[in-house]
Write a protein of this length. Structure first.
Length: 266
């Protein structure tokens, strides 16, 4: 376990070493947010009663703020690094070491995300308190407290999903394009850009069956107050189930891939 603690520290040091990249990455959240504000402002200008898809304009902007920050927190950049390890033979140096590659990547992922999580949680708290008074004329800190462990589960779930997907690199010469498409589509159907409520009812049901919705949409719905207590309990249970399923699926994919893996380069 001591080895993974060191990996976590290395990931944390890596995040602080590239501070400019960290700050630019954090500020890049606001550019798509500004676009959304102008987009929704135009749509709400012609909305009857000032409500669209069950959200008022301030509620929609609050959702967009939370969703953009959370999408940044759980973003699966590590999957491209795994793709490079498989393609260029870098995976070989981990195979000969007494460490589990999956746990190595997981703790490195947590280390790199820690500083971003702390900064983002601070920003989320500010937005939640300020927006709560503006939108709802009150705030519910219990929901924010519930939100914190749910985000941790969302982080683990997103890692599990994309670690499993990254295993496609064993059978594809170049899987970065597939990873990009899945990341892009996954961000949309997870509610990372706008709430799933804007989709037709049948599509909403389908999206909520998939694990993606339990990373972003479910977490943000807790903050926005649209998730009821029973829905929160069900959502946490489904997060745990999907973590187990995706983690196990990743193990199966990698076990099959390693049988045919031949290290070239590295």
């Amino acid at each position: 376990m001591e080895a993974y603690k060191q990996v976590f520290r290395l990931g944390l040091m890596k995040a602080f070493q590239y501070r400019a990249n960290f700050y630019f990455g954090l500020t890049s959240i606001f550019f798509p947010l500004f676009i959304q504000i102008f987009l929704w402002k135009g749509m709400y200008a012609s909305a009857a009663g000032g409500v669209l898809y069950g959200y008022t304009f301030p509620q929609m902007i609050m959702y967009a703020c939370f969703a953009c920050l959370l999408a940044k927190i759980i973003s699966p950049g590590f999957a491209y690094e795994i793709n490079e390890d498989i393609k260029n033979g870098g995976l070989a140096k981990y195979i000969v070491r007494p460490v589990n590659y999956k746990l190595y990547r997981f703790f490195e992922f947590l280390g790199e995300k820690t500083s971003l999580i702390l900064c983002s949680i601070f920003l989320l708290l500010i937005i939640y308190i300020a927006g709560g008074y503006i939108v709802y004329h009150t705030i519910n800190m219990i929901r924010f407290v519930i939100f914190l462990p749910v985000v941790c589960l969302a982080l683990v779930l997103n890692f599990s999903i994309f670690y499993a997907v990254s295993g496609l690199g064993f059978w594809m010469r170049e899987s970065s394009g597939v990873l990009f498409i899945i990341s892009l589509v996954g961000n949309i159907i997870s509610g990372g850009i706008f709430p799933l409520d804007i989709f037709p009812h049948t599509m909403q049901i389908f999206f909520r069956i998939l694990p993606f919705s339990y990373t972003n949409y479910f977490s943000v719905s807790i903050l926005c107050g649209t998730a009821q207590p029973l829905q929160i309990l069900n959502g946490i249970a489904l997060q745990l189930i999907w973590i187990a399923v995706c983690w196990g699926l990743g193990e199966l994919i990698w076990k099959a891939g390693m049988k045919n893996y031949s290290a070239v380069g590295g």
